[in-house]
Design a protein around this ligand. Sequence first.
Ligand SMILES: [Zn+2]
Length: 126
Amino acid sequence: MSPEIEAELHTRYPKILGYINEEGKYKTRLWGGFQCGDGWHQLIDTLCASIQARVEASGVEAQATQIKEKFGGLRFYIQGGDDQISGMIDLAEDLSAKICEVCGNPGKKKNVQGWLITRCDAHTPT
Ligand SMILES: [Zn+2]
């Protein structure tokens, strides 16, 4: 994802994603940043908002350790969490298979030269 979006998500959801300290370094358990396209920005934003609300209401901890695309779908791994948070993540991962990873418009999972990707028609490589 673009650095601007990543920075915005860290600012909004420090409990889930970690934060940027005074020296400008990320203090986070998230390994490798956001390894997916900007099209899933709103999906990840909504997921993090839901998890952070659950964390604040319940006191349970949930810190993202890896966020990436795999086989055309979002994978969102956390340390901690509970059954409610697992359900939120399952929903977001399922939804990612219907959202273009490039632009966020409705998309479909497609097999392009042996790679599974989720794209709208405009962003499907030929
Ligand atoms: Zn698209």
